[in-house]
Design a protein around this ligand. Structure first.
Ligand code: SAM
Length: 443
């Protein structure tokens, strides 16, 4: 099958059928056994079109007489893919972008669709001077959304919260390509030993500044071939996420609950830090996700991880007062990690910010009941929005007089953070947006 057609089918699977881009792309690469050159062209077509989608749709809305949501999904995907080759790529000749798109429309659609695609792409070439993005002075909102590929409701909210200059820095951060970060599995090796092993494989690695086990790989290798990962000497985990287990600070012989645990990034970190005599229960509401925790723990050689199928909104009834420490890494809007999955940034909805806090509060209320008197409760999210973070913690402390806040910043050496809660802001900290609060239950 031709590479453009595979890319088109992948775009339909992601945009129309709501597939996750990373899964759709890796399945296609495996299925079609693409050579290196084709694989690079294919991934650029899919990820590039997804990233540019609001700019491409802006062009469509200017040249099409039909409304975007009235266009057949196949036709829209072909037009977007064609426009991306014209406006987003430098190496594809314009004639090839047009002709190949028309061929796709003829083969997979019909004659009428082919005519429409042809008219749209040729018109975009004739009218290209209309598609330069307005400057910051002319139209700040449109400038930021189109330049940095973000939804306008989010950019509006950030402008209100942080002002224009900080919002631009935030958007720029979210549009940058993340450097792969590993966490050393200290149950097997030290960070220095891991770096030495990676060097033997010819992989350059740099120590993370704040996470003691963190290692960045600036030149992203073919992840599947990294021996240190295959041998379970490390796991992929971003740096802010690695700070959470340190704030929880697990100790030997303790019983710890991680109530929203899948796929187990933090559960396995807690298990490694607490050592073999500490037992960590990773809970999740989805049974299939418990298998991910189990397989990660097995791969990393951590025999002190157990799993429980449990709704965290009711976990307090089943395990009241049992745990020395409890982690609530709550389901959240994920608005702090927008640079990681391009498709997810287009799926965020304003309603997430209304519904999630209700769930987060219920989970924290119930999970807190599992904490023993004198025990520790940590609440974390990967977002910067107060409604999901500090406001949840404040309300919780108001409702539960037996808990008090401790200084989370004492457990990590982050500059600009005095605590008591840690709120990482990408535009200031150059790390993903993350929130961590640490509380203790009175004796
Ligand atoms: C932010 S993710 C956790 C990431 C995980 N802590 C890690 O570091 O790998 C949130 C998890 O909460 C789970 N979840 C959502 N609602 C839940 C509930 N009511 N009870 C338990 N788990 C829930 C989701 O399935 C998801 O795996």
């Amino acid at each position: 099958m031709n590479v453009r057609e595979i890319a088109l089918r992948s775009l339909l699977a992601i945009c129309k059928d709501e597939g996750y881009s990373n899964i759709v792309v890796s399945q296609a690469i495996q299925k079609y056994k693409m050579e290196d050159r084709d694989r690079r062209f294919y991934t650029e077509l899919v990820y590039g079109t997804l990233r540019y989608i609001n700019y491409l749709d802006w062009i469509v809305s200017k040249i099409s007489t039909r409304k975007l949501n009235k266009l057949d999904p196949l036709c829209l995907a072909i037009v977007r893919l064609g426009l991306y080759q014209i406006f987003g790529m430098t190496k594809v000749p314009e004639s090839a972008a047009c002709n190949e798109s028309v061929k796709l429309a003829t083969r997979l659609g019909n004659k009428g669709m082919a005519g429409f695609v042809n008219a749209m792409l040729r018109s975009s070439l004739r009218r290209r001077q209309e598609f330069s993005i307005p400057t910051m002075e002319e139209d700040p909102l449109l400038h930021l959304t189109l330049t940095y590929h973000q939804q306008d409701w989010l950019v509006k909210a950030w402008i209100k919260e942080y002002g224009l200059a900080e919002t631009e820095a935030l958007c720029r951060y979210f549009d940058s390509i993340p450097v792969l970060c590993l966490r050393t599995n200290t149950a097997r090796v030290s960070r220095d030993e891991l770096i030495a092993q990676l060097a033997e494989e010819g992989i350059q690695a740099e120590k993370a500044a704040y996470a003691p086990e963190g290692v960045y790989l600036p030149e992203i290798p073919n992840i599947g071939s990294v021996k240190a990962l295959k041998k379970g000497l490390a796991i992929i985990q971003d740096e802010p996420s690695q700070l959470v287990a340190h704030v929880l600070d697990p100790q030997p012989h303790e019983l710890i609950f991680d109530v929203c645990a899948a796929p187990g990034g933090k559960t396995t970190h807690i298990a490694a830090l607490g050592g073999p005599t500490c037992t960590v229960y990773g809970g999740d509401i989805y049974e299939h996700k418990l298998r991910l925790i189990e397989s990660n723990a097995k791969h990393l050689g951590l025999a002190n991880v157990r799993t429980i199928l449990q709704n965290a909104c009711t976990i307090g009834q089943s395990y009241a007062g049992r745990a020395d420490r409890v982690l609530v890494d709550a389901p959240c809007s994920g608005l702090g990690v927008l640079r990681h999955k391009i498709d997810l940034r287009w799926r965020k909805k304003p309603s997430d910010l209304r519904t999630l806090p209700v769930l987060q509060k219920r989970i924290l209320d119930s999970a807190s009941q599992c904490v023993k008197p004198g025990g520790v409760l940590v609440y974390s999210t990967c977002t910067m929005h107060d409604e999901e973070n500090i406001q949840i913690v404040r309300q919780f402390l108001q409702d539960h007089g037996d808990f008090h806040l401790e200084n989370a910043a004492d457990f990590c050496r982050l500059p600009n953070h005095d605590g008591p809660c840690i709120q990482l802001l990408p535009q200031r900290d150059h790390l993903d947006g993350f929130f961590i609060a640490r509380m203790r239950r009175g004796e």
